[in-house]
Ligand binder design. Structure first.
Ligand code: NCD
Length: 313
């Protein structure tokens, strides 16, 4: 059997630049078609086993990967820290060796430490997908966001102006998305208070603004980020109310956007903080579509890593 071209997906960098990203998005189209069938399932990964190894809370990413694996007919195993031997002090290395001994082909890893999926990949024969590591990367989120945007603005996203707003400093979504959006020709501006911006932005393909109202003039997409409280040790803004007033996408701010400006958010939302409830539910919002497309994108990724290279069927 030929080796798949992609062994692991740990970072957006693994996708092979614009051509590789576009190929993955094109492949995702085939899986959207599969998901629209009466029986939304193909035998492509029959006989393969995919484990989700989640050391951090998750609703949509975990369910999305598990659904994707099932729709490809793979067997799935779920590991959750709260009910595992991690509570008895087992190390990540021992956990990986234990699950590997059961015979697995793919491991989907989420971990609070940046680089943990890379370590897992170095220890295991299985293909590893990074489902979010600390504040580092979340490549499948970036793919599903670009895929969703491409369906509205595509096929080309060249020149699309995107404001990524909020806690950029602690966000793996911001890091993966800026790379992927840039590779597709978008122009990204990071917006937020200086305390929620990374210390250094040299080499990041984005401009920075500390004023949301300035940044929203003529913008095509407003991409909001949740404040990553779990990664913040000290007070970085005076109060949630003050943050919402200066950096939240309020109804009043949304009413000043161009009629075709789109609103995105990776979830989970804090309604009334980074986004007003009625804006999240408005016709500009792609939030539910992002979740729906997540399954097809993850099918494309798992199929690329674990498939035999045959047709999708
Ligand atoms: C994001 C994450 O976990 O990084 N959520 C997600 O995967 N849908 C963003 C967040 O938690 O704010």
């Amino acid at each position: 059997m030929p080796e798949p071209a992609l062994k692991h997906l740990l970072s957006v960098d693994d996708l092979g630049g614009r051509a590789g990203i576009e190929a993955m998005l094109d492949l995702t189209d085939s899986f959207v078609e599969v998901l629209a069938r009466d029986i939304p399932k193909v035998p492509a990964l029959r006989g393969k086993t995919v484990v989700s190894l989640f050391y951090e809370e998750s609703t949509r990413t975990r369910l999305s990967f598990e659904t994707a694996a099932k729709r490809l007919s793979a067997d799935t195993m779920t590991f959750s820290v709260s009910t595992s031997s991690v509570k008895k002090g087992e190390s990540l290395l021992d956990t990986v060796h234990t699950i590997e001994a059961m015979g697995i082909d793919g491991i989907v890893v989420r971990h609070p430490c940046a680089g943990a999926p890379h370590r897992v990949a170095s220890w295991s024969q299985a293909s590893v997908v990074n489902a979010g590591d600390g504040r580092h990367e979340h490549p499948t989120q970036a793919l599903l966001d670009a895929f969703t945007l491409r369906r509205h603005r595509g096929p080309s996203l060249d020149g699309c102006r995107i404001a990524i707003v909020g806690d950029v400093k602690h966000s793996r979504v911001a890091r993966s998305n800026v790379k992927l959006f840039d590779a597709l020709g978008c122009e990204v501006t990071f917006v937020g208070p200086p305390t929620l911006m990374p210390e250094r932005l040299d080499g990041w393909p984005a401009t920075v603004s500390y004023d949301l109202d300035d940044a929203l003039v003529d913008i095509d997409v407003v991409y909001l980020l949740r404040i990553q409280r779990e990664r913040i040790g000290q007070a970085l803004f005076p109060s949630v109310r003050e943050y919402a007033a200066r950096y939240g996408l309020t109804s009043e701010r949304a009413s000043r956007l161009k009629p075709d400006t789109l609103v995105m958010h990776p979830g989970p939302l804090n309604r009334g903080v980074e986004i007003a409830a009625d804006v999240a539910d408005s016709t500009r919002s792609l939030i539910t579509e992002q979740v729906a497309n997540g399954v097809a994108v993850r099918m494309a990724v798992l199929w690329s890593l674990l498939g035999s290279g045959g047709p999708v069927i």
